[in-house]
Design a protein around this ligand. Structure first.
Ligand code: NAD
Length: 472
């Protein structure tokens, strides 16, 4: 069992002012696997003041110095891969065979990428009598969810460090340990005191005091749309910049002339990986009516072939949900889908065959779904895919865009040109065409109620910059 008793503030491990603790239960064994401290608003205040104190000197470092620190952080993270991996398996339930690839190595590479991008801050532009320069936005508060915890942490921390910002970070209570390991990494590389501060505690208490603190200049939040709204409200009275990466209910259009087998298999795996707990999951598969039953059969066969089991078993493709309460939420949606009249093709509310306890859910496919059903409109955040028939491409695009969300989307068409033409008509921040994979070079973020920011790439760095005009 991992036990942490202190928070990392101003370059030191300190006993928190808050006295509660957070016991983390493995969703697979239902046994405690970690204990970390819960701080309170006083701890947030101490951490924010440390970040404020460090800002003047950190923001004045050269981009080359900041790049060196980011490179050193990436190197130190590399040494800690086994520790990060253990937290993903034990706290999140991510299968060991996928944990490194999906949760750890990408963020380390991205950290290196931002070392290179720190030189961005040196770029200036002269227009007439104006010199335009970039400056760091200031003290940042980062609040993260549990589904890709290290990825989300690095997506904020690395560009912010590259830009010259200082920060106070908080992880989710379901997956806190990676953040404590990251603080050990930061300590090991000797990042100047106060640049990175780790607090921990409930979203309501710690999150709200981070968002309302007058010395915080910017909040970057990843999580549910409902919490994102509360965060924006808490940040509004002090007019902070708020970057929100929120929920999704992403459409996936398969055209009549696409390779149906490849297209459906890609869609099923996209939804089921990380047990359906992916904000970009392509959970609404739109299939031409002429090929609908064929697609339903392919989806059923493939979903039933996916191995669900102990995340420590190398054969598992899907582990448990992240918690029992997340499992309950998903089962409620499966019952709702049946009650709404959708056809349960495979899956359902029983535990997967051979599993007797733990927060497991079977890969579930619903057919005969119409886009007005709650299983097509609401983010389930579990291994549940809905299949919606369409008659014309225009109708498919209308259905795709008929959602409050706009985080991601997918298209599988005959060729690249056809796929890109459809992608341009979908109102979402990303579109995965013909089986394309995630890229850390691709700006990532939502339209509509999926958020208002961009992470990764140059745009991700832009979130942490102010633009100044010097008139001569
Ligand atoms: P959540 O909104 O419940 O919690 C996210 C974080 O916010 C946690 O650290 C929590 O403690 C904190 N929090 C909760 N209420 C708060 C409040 N009132 N003030 C301040 N902080 C508060 O989300 P979750 O269940 O951890 O994660 C799942 C959600 O995250 C899904 O909706 C998913 O789509 C979304 N998500 C979005 C992205 C993206 O990049 N767009 C990525 C991953 C997850």
């Amino acid at each position: 069992m991992r036990i942490y008793g202190k928070l990392y503030i101003n370059g030191q491990w300190v006993t928190p002012n808050g006295t509660d603790t957070n016991e983390v239960v493995s969703p697979s064994t239902l046994k405690a696997v970690a204990r970390v401290p819960y701080g309170n608003a006083t701890d947030v205040d101490t951490a924010v003041k440390a970040a404020r104190g460090a800002f003047a000197s950190w923001s004045a470092t050269s981009s080359a110095q900041r790049a060196k620190y980011l490179e050193a952080i990436a190197q130190e993270m590399q040494k800690r891969i086994p520790d990060f991996e253990a937290t993903m398996v034990e706290e999140l339930g991510m299968p060991i065979a996928l944990a490194d690839d999906w949760q750890i190595s990408g963020p380390i590479a991205a950290c290196r990428d931002y070392a290179r991008r720190s030189a961005f801050m040196d770029k200036t532009e002269e227009v007439g009598n104006v010199l335009i320069v970039k400056e760091p936005v200031g003290v940042c508060a980062f609040i993260n969810p549990w589904n890709y915890p290290l990825h989300q942490m690095i997506g904020k921390m690395a560009p912010a460090l590259a830009a010259g910002c200082t920060m106070v970070v908080k992880a989710s209570s379901q997956t806190p340990s990676h953040a404590f390991i990251l603080a050990e990494v930061i300590d090991a590389v000797g990042l100047p005191a106060g640049v990175f501060n780790l607090v921990h505690g409930s979203g309501r208490v710690m999150g709200e005091s981070m968002c309302s603190h007058p010395e915080v200049d910017m909040v970057s939040f990843t999580g549910s749309t409902s919490a994102g709204i509360k965060i924006a409200e808490a940040a509004a009275p002090t007019v902070k910049r708020v970057c929100q990466e929120l929920g999704g209910k992403s459409p996936y259009i398969i055209t009549a002339d696409a390779d149906l087998q490849k297209a459906v298999v890609y869609g099923v795996e996209d939804v089921m990986v990380n047990t359906g707990q992916t904000c970009t999951a392509l959970t609404r598969m739109l299939v031409p009516r002429s090929r609908y039953e064929e697609a339903v059969q392919i989806a059923k066969v493939h979903a039933e072939s996916l191995v669900v089991g102990d995340p420590l078993d190398k054969a598992s493709y899907m582990g448990p949900m992240s918690s029992q309460s997340q499992r309950e939420t998903v089962l409620d949606y499966i019952n709702k889908g049946v009650a709404e009249g959708a056809r349960l093709v495979t899956g359902g509310t029983d535990l997967p065959a051979g599993i007797e306890s733990g927060a497991y859910v079977r890969p579930t496919i619903f057919a005969d779904v119409n886009n007005q059903m709650s299983i097509a409109q609401e983010e389930i955040f579990g291994p549940v895919m809905t299949m919606i028939p369409y008659d014309t491409l225009d109708e498919a695009i209308t259905i795709a865009n008929d959602t409050i969300y706009g985080l991601s989307s997918g298209v599988y068409a005959k060729d690249k040109a056809a796929a890109v033409a459809i992608a341009r008509r979908i109102r979402a921040g990303q579109c995965y065409t013909n089986g394309g994979g995630f890229s850390y070079q691709a700006p990532f973020g939502g339209y509509k109620q999926s958020g208002n920011g961009r992470e990764w790439g140059d745009e991700g760095m832009g979130e942490f910059m102010e633009t100044k005009s010097i008139l001569m």
